[in-house]
Design a protein around this ligand. Sequence first.
Ligand code: FAD
Length: 391
Amino acid sequence: MEIGIVGAGLGGLLAGAILSYNHKITIFEKLPFLGGRFTNLNYDGFQLTTGALHMIPHGSRGYLAKALKMAKADVKIVNSKPDGTFLINGREYLYKDLFDLLGVKDKIKALKKATNLKLGIVDYNQPFGEFLEDVDLALMIGKAFTGWALSLDVYEVTMKEIINIANNYYKFKGPGVPIGGCKAVIDELVKIIERNGGNIIKEYEVKKIEVEDKAYIDDREFDIVISNISPKETQKMCNIKFLDKKIEPSKGIKISIASKKGIIKHNGVLFTPECERINGLNQVTNVDKSLAPEGYHLIMTHQAQISNNVKKEIDLGLEDIDKLFKNIDYKILHIQSYRDDFPVNHAKNGHDVGNIINDRLYLVGDGAKGGDMEVEGIAIGVLKVVNHINQ
Ligand code: FAD
């Protein structure tokens, strides 16, 4: 079949690469570079990114890794060990050791929560923040986690979502970093599509999608159209209506930092529950030194954007960084804020639209995540689309 794909982000390229083995693929990308919010941005030898923090939520064991295998992509993902630590009172704790920090009363409350969760005695629509709020430390930890992983405040996430994320975590474990960063994944997918005879057209902004007896991108005819742009933008340019609700994006701020000494000993996430705004940071040069010039570390902080005052949010983030790097020299390389049409995720976790609109029109990307977070959710969506088209 002839398949036209709108957008060459991770979702579009992943779908394109897997489908390119059996179908003729044409991808239209409005920008002069490929990969959307999942590629490197070279800045003085530091491999900053257009979006992602060079991290794949379930590393080499998750849905993205599975989809990359299906595409026969040669990408090496190094799993984090430990997955992460929590910085509290100047000391780092593993997740399993946090319980020891609680006083007796809080220990009893925490045990009761854990038991209720195990027994399924839980209101799935309750905000995660409400569930945690009578144990201060648990609320701080929850906030750092949802801010880092979902770019959402702890009260914006329901118990249903958290339980789903926890189940996926127990199944696939924690994050990993691809050698070469995000761009290594993108380059490999592009290579596969081109090797299989696919065509990727850069600097082409699609204006119109039509699905009738055939499918059309502007005036070019296809059997199928896959849209990798946001569901909202897809709807705007499409002749059929499929959105029945407003989709809210998740917003966040990333600050990229250079430091010779570095601040993290491991290759996972350092969660920072005591910070005013920064939810966590990673130091990807602990996995791949080539992501920074020799002698330097690349560190990236992430914070959910809590208020609409972006400048204030950035200032609070910078104050946190100053405290975190108390005795360590560092230099801010880049501050990026993500919102509106260039968000962290086009749909907040749990608010995604489905992937299959009809037999001619499919959606992939982070407005149509298929049941997990971030690029893992994108990969699930892509796998659903691929299965449906190939069945
Ligand atoms: P996009 O990357 O947005 O791709 C869509 C493409 O479509 C773009 O290239 C765009 O230019 C193109 N396009 C748009 N309109 C048109 C048009 N009309 N015609 C043609 N082309 C068009 N995820 C993780 O898993 N791990 C992380 O560590 C992580 N950290 C993050 C940190 C930040 C600060 C941000 C912003 C995101 C992070 N994410 C992370 C999320 C992840 O980066 C995104 O979910 C993912 O990259 C989105 O991919 P996509 O394919 O959905 O969309």
